[in-house]
Design a protein around this ligand. Structure first.
Ligand code: C2E
Ligand code: CA
Ligand code: CA
Ligand code: CA
Length: 279
């Protein structure tokens, strides 16, 4: 051990060991969870800014661990990404979400869209596009109603041919949304070089937007730019009536956030949709 430098020794602090161990158990547990039906999908409604009507949902994965209780996706998605289990997990979410959305459309006579998050690692998988198109076909959902949400990390992930993959998905009718827009490094060049249908404006721009001239003017320009490039915009994380009024005035097309609805279990969505019909 003498030959190890300071930096190497740091690797073996108890804290890091515990962290690594818990990541390992989480991975093992996650494998089991997938097989056991502990993984479910919740749906956060996305509303039209003008009509105040539900236009679709974002599918958000949920894990109810038998011993640890609810584990946040922020804690297990990174582990699933590192271990590669995200490929299976992502495929599971896609399948459940497309089938569920189609079932609601049939039941309620709607044309609701479903947005599904996709990690960089999934794009590296050879069969990704085929898996998506086959899953869609099996679900009965029109491809135009599926939106794949990707973040900048997908674009800088270093897997060649991302642009071609996105184009291929789009020519199958599927929509591509750039998630968490504004939080990364060189978002503007991505807008120029990749084909997106939708820009999701990150909550960090939306939060307290009505108190902050710089923030609101930035969003105004993002919305203008999106219009020029033929993209629609979604304001994420709207929590107050003031924020909603502000993003609506700025011309955002869609809104999503706790003010309108939290992510809901499927039964709660069904209840919400039957209320919308009666209204
Ligand atoms: P995201 O894609 O940016 O999803 C939006 C997150 O913001 C969700 O957290 C949602 O519950 C939360 N949110 C929505 N409205 C509000 C609001 O008004 N205020 C605040 N403070 N938060 C709001 P969640 O469900 O915990 O998911 C966290 C992240 O985990 C997601 O961020 C996404 O990156 C990842 N994730 C979730 N499900 C999946 C999945 O199926 N696949 C992949 N690859 N990633 C997923
Ligand atoms: Ca998302
Ligand atoms: Ca987001
Ligand atoms: Ca995010």
């Amino acid at each position: 051990a003498k030959s190890l430098g300071r930096d190497r020794i740091e690797l073996f602090t108890p804290e890091l060991l515990i962290k690594a161990k818990s990541a390992h158990t989480l991975h093992t547990d996650l494998r089991e969870a997938l097989a056991d039906g502990q993984i479910t999908v919740h749906y956060q409604p996305i509303y039209g800014c003008e009509s105040a009507e539900i236009k679709g949902f974002e599918a958000l994965v949920r894990w109810r661990h038998p011993k640890r209780g609810y584990i946040s996706p922020g804690d297990f998605i990174p582990i699933a990404e590192e271990t590669g289990l995200i490929v299976e997990l992502g495929q599971y979410v896609l399948r459940i979400a497309c089938a569920q959305c189609h079932a609601w459309n049939v039941q309620f006579g709607r044309e609701l869209a479903i947005s599904v998050n996709v990690s960089a690692r999934q794009f590296a998988d050879r069969g990704f596009i085929r898996t998506v198109t086959e899953t869609l076909e099996a679900s009965g959902l029109r491809p135009q109603l599926l939106k794949l949400e990707i973040t900048e990390t997908v674009l800088l992930g270093g897997y060649g041919g991302i642009g071609e993959m996105l184009s291929e998905l789009r020519s199958a009718g599927i929509k591509i949304a750039l998630d968490d827009f504004g939080t990364g490094y060189s978002s503007l060049s991505y807008l120029m070089n990749f084909p997106f249908d939708i820009l999701k404006i990150d909550r960090s721009f939306v939060s307290h937007i009505h108190h902050d001239f710089r923030r609101s003017e930035t969003v105004r320009k993002i919305v203008e730019l999106a219009a020029i490039l033929g993209m629609r915009t979604i304001a994420e994380g709207v929590e107050t009536a003031e924020e909603l009024a502000c993003v609506r005035d700025l011309g955002c097309d869609f809104v999503q956030g706790y003010l309108l609805s939290r992510p809901l279990a499927p039964e709660a969505v069904s209840a919400l949709l039957s209320l919308e019909i009666k209204a």
